[in-house]
Write a protein that binds this ligand. Sequence first.
Ligand code: EPU
Length: 302
Amino acid sequence: MRISDKPVAARLAALGVEIRPGIALKDLTSLAIGGTTDELLIRRYDTLPDVMKVLKDEGIPHKFLGGGTNVLIADGELPWVMLHLPPAHPGVRIEGNAAFVDAAADLGGTVTFCAKHDLGGMEGLIGVPGSIGGALRMNAGAYGTQIGSYVREVELYRAATGLNEILRGDDIRFDYRHTSFAPGDVMLRVKLELPPKPYKDIVAGIRVCNEKRRASQPLNQKSAGCIFKNPPGASAGRMIDELGLKGLRVGDAMVSDRHANFFVNSGQATCAEMLRLIDDVRARVHEKFGVELENEVIIWKN
Ligand code: EPU
């Protein structure tokens, strides 16, 4: 979708929004899949309520992209514009045991930045790709750690009120790969409270997690991490593996031959191919195990 109306573009520019026309979203996602649309970079968080009002008044559909590491985006020209907070480096400020982190900051970068200030706890999250905002929204977790455990406050834009607000950590539910944030909420900043730990101990923990991850996951291939959530008490990866589906392909979309719950883009895979692969694997798992796998990856169709 293109913002071709000059007065609308001028109103957005006055609010600090940079419009990047015709961006290929496959260049912004870890799966390297996704069609084309205008990208709107929101440079000032305080203007977000006004930006959202312009989009609403003008009837411009939109979606918010975080790190692009857990999303499967449709092919072709997309019927919505993409909103994006510009990457923040490092986007972290430390005060005592607290880290104040911008939503656009990189999750792994945040873990190492905090480690350098002798603040630990998040070692398990080190290899999880993506932004802090995305990690918060889905309560990213690995190796027994989930980000929600450390959240004390979240600043966010709420579509329900049209305002930027601050929520207390206690008022947010963090479950397995799920949170109580509303679909229209946009993460802006978070206050994490982290346990003090010597840098060298944190680094030792990070090494262990990195080794485990390298041994079991296809880190050098284009993926969105695990495609399905694990059903209670079971592993989606193990079930898909037991069905002998590693290496199964639809075009260039392929079940990883390393970890069966990672679906990789082995070349020029399209969204349509990936969706067919997902549906096929889900149906086979259902037939054999009677379990309906739920997507972990977020799918944006057009
Ligand atoms: N397994 C297989 N074959 C496979 C993959 C796994 O037999 O192809 C077996 C493993 O041998 C192990 C069991 O299944 O006995 C569980 O595997 P693993 O330890 O790799 O964990 P997982 O449940 O597949 C979860 C998260 C990962 C996270 C790891 C480590 C989900 C959906 N996945 O994977 O998160 O990194 O644990 O904590 O919760 C993600 O969310 O995108 C993700 C990668």
